[in-house]
Design a protein around this ligand. Sequence first.
Ligand code: ATP
Ligand code: MG
Length: 407
Amino acid sequence: MTPIFPGSVDAAGQPATLGVLGGGQLGRMFVHAAQRLGYFTAVLEPDAQSPAGLVSHHHIQTTYDDPAGLAELAQLCQSITTEFENVPAQALQTLAQTRPVAPSAAVVGIAQNRIEEKAHFTACADVSGVTCAPYAVIETLAQLQAVQNERADLLPGILKTARMGYDGKGQVRVKTAKELAAAWAELGSVACVLEKMLPLTAECSVLVARGWDGQIVSFAPQRNVHVNGILAVTAAYEGNMPSVLADRARDAAVAIAQHLGYVGVLCVEFFVVDDGTEHGGLVVNEMAPRPHNSGHYTIDACDASQFDLQVHALAGLPLPQSRQHSPAIMLNLLGDVWLDANGQLQEPDWQAVLRLPGTHLHLYGKLDARAGRKMGHLTITGPDVDGVKAVARRAAALLSLPGLDAI
Ligand code: ATP
Ligand code: MG
């Protein structure tokens, strides 16, 4: 693909513009990175007050599959990406008829469906060196019964809808065959996978960026702590996990991206499981075809963030191998931080938080705080790991944030 140079103007006088389908916080941080480099931006998002729409040069306010909205996005932009996984793959296909789109509709389609995603992980297990958790597909009553009768090894397990799951939504933990049947009914008898519950000792994720020409760069794995199925803490520093596992995770993520012919930023999530070996085993969980919540620390702790790399990849610019200059801990700020014990809104004590050294506050411009809603994040950087941990603990205490005990 011909590179789109930042700050350039075409023959018709139109400035170089990058587009994003979806208006959430990932789109907002993409827009920030694109604008810093000199690009104009366009966001297609139905919500009038979306985090990305509010900061973009252009906001096309239509549904994701609106033909006129998509046509306008394609007309305004030289290249287009997506910021949330559940965007209709068909919309990306429509855009791809006239513009470069990355990641492609085909790979987004794979990541949108746990059944296809697991099939992909299995297909490239030889090159990636990792497999996913033991699982079975449940799309029909006959399959449910077969699993109940023949796959006792998958219980206790987690039943996950094949589509539209995020932040632990669309998942039910089940212990018995009876509970499994009830859970499948509760989820509307839609296509699901039943995954064996694994003894996790840790979780991590790896960010990879791959260009149109196949150039590939990666970040070191970050360690993640989830609370109630939602990411709470990301720890990013040397020693956050045994280096043998870190190397394996990084190599696996690169192999998975290559095998997909992926273009853009990809995040691959892994489990570390207790398998009796010294460091534990690595199991691939899922992938996100975009920058990821667990990579937000790269904005403050690295010389090129995950969003910078997404911009570079999309525009056909060289991909810098990002260098992390500071250890970092990221704390997610959910709407709960704004709610007191009685569920009343209260302003968090930002004065006290920002007085702590090395704190970087990112709020996404969402005006109504709700429990469990991602409102922002706080990254703590510093010259050494112990100092970063100490400040993170103080910030977490001020904001009553969970999850730090695990690191
Ligand atoms: P995301 O917000 O990452 O999109 P999601 O809703 O797609 O999340 P998963 O990543 O599948 O969900 O699961 C959420 C969390 O639940 C995991 O990070 C892990 O803590 C736990 N979990 C999921 N599957 C398993 C499993 N097979 N064994 C043990 N724990 C699991
Ligand atoms: Mg996940």
